[in-house]
Design a protein around this ligand. Sequence first.
Ligand code: PLP
Length: 370
Amino acid sequence: MNIPYLAFNVMHQSIRTEMIDAFTRFYDSNWYVLGDQVESFERRYSEYFSCNYTVGLSNGLDALRLALHALGVQEGDEVIVPANTYIATLLAVTFVGAKPVLVEPDPLTYNIDTARIAEAITSRTKVILPVHLYGQAADMEAILNVASNNNLVVVEDNAQAHGAKWSDKYTGSWGHINATSFYPSKNLGALGEAGAITTDNEALAKLVRKLRNYGSEVKYQNDILGFNMRLDECQAAFLNIKLDYLQKWTNERQVIASTYNKLLTGVGDLILPYTHLKASHVFHIFPVQTNYRSALQKHLTLDGIGTLIHYPVPPHLQKAYAFLNKLEGNYPITENLAKKVLSLPIWPGMTPEQIEHVVNSVKSFFNHAP
Ligand SMILES: *Cc1c(COP(=O)(O)O)cnc(C)c1O
């Protein structure tokens, strides 16, 4: 049995006719950039996630960058980010000229440890930028509290958590302005590059709308220095269809996760994902921890099972961030995770037999090995 880490084919087969019809309408529309599809996706996404405004953008990194830029974050400013995240979160901070200040994760939830945020705040701090890592909502109440006590703005990185909630409110609807990605492998994925910001603040939404389009609202009238960071009309057409399936696909991810959780409890030295009582988890990723990661990964590969590591090298130890002068040992919780996490396959359309094969393969590894 061959089980890739991620397969789109089952998901995409089920919506093939709708997607091809959408492409045909797009193809015949004679209008390819910033049209009806982007507009309707922005409206429907806002309604779905209970926020006033969505602005469709070119990708998640651009969305984070424009969110920070729109807030006026610039050189000399500091932005608090999780040490345990994908590097894009930090790159956005760097590209507006600000300094990423890293905070260790809570060892249970893997999300930013809210108790450690206060000690990272300085007179230069402008923004707290939490990530809902692996699909689990971070503690937005605690984060907004520490932000308001210190006059800081909150920007959520919601790239991994479409549809997750903290305390019954969707992630991406808590912060002042929030960014997300629709990279194909995200829970809501385009068929190429796409992203968005969400906000309840009309002025910020208007500003990002201008910034994505050369600083212009009226053609050939450029009020501010802008970028070309527009969401493609074609990707918006695909996203409009996939949005209708997000809940169904999220349910499937959660069923797979609860099966893994049930059947892998107590197996070997595995540490399974923990979900905070007030959080929901949409399982963008199903990470397990083990001291025998590379042997387990090899064993699963031999059994035809694809896995990935999220993430093998934390941002502060990447060559690109050598200038932060953070050494191995500076963020021990993050570094420990980087050595021990392994992501099992989790995608809508996995069959019970496939899930069982993964479980049995993991079990047989711990029965015979270390
Ligand atoms: C994917 C991702 C991004 C970047 O999104 P792109 O669309 O690939 O630029 C940012 N932050 C996190 C946490 C991500 O997982």
